[in-house]
Design a protein. Structure first.
Length: 111
């Protein structure tokens, strides 16, 4: 993986697992087929060549039709999603602070 330029940290992020899990997977002698499939899909590699007894080319056909924007395409998408969530958080925080200020002003009027 590393020699092909794939970061284990990025792979873990894309699979929504921690790096330790990836290291554990790679140390096992028999990796489950669903794990192999998930890794193949994220790194955009058709494992039907290496494991013809487990997969067919059809299993990985989505790799050929999906839009590819980087080695880990969803990493680019997740940056955009993170930015959008950050903007929503900041907006909500500003509204919350305004509401606190309004409540404080109302309390001062009542006292």
């Amino acid at each position: 993986m590393r020699k092909d330029g794939y970061s284990l940290s990025d792979l873990a992020k894309e699979l929504n697992i921690n790096r330790r899990t990836i290291y554990n997977w790679f140390q096992t002698s028999n990796l489950r087929s669903d794990v192999i499939y998930r890794i193949g899909y994220v790194i955009r590699h058709d494992f039907s060549k290496e494991f013809p007894e487990l997969f067919t080319k059809e299993d990985f056909k989505g790799l050929y039709t999906a839009k590819i924007s980087s080695k880990f395409p969803s990493a680019v998408d997740s940056d955009e999603v993170n930015r959008q969530w950050m903007e929503k958080y900041v907006s909500l925080l500003e509204k919350y602070n305004k509401a606190l200020g309004d409540m404080s002003a109302d309390e001062q009027v009542l006292n």
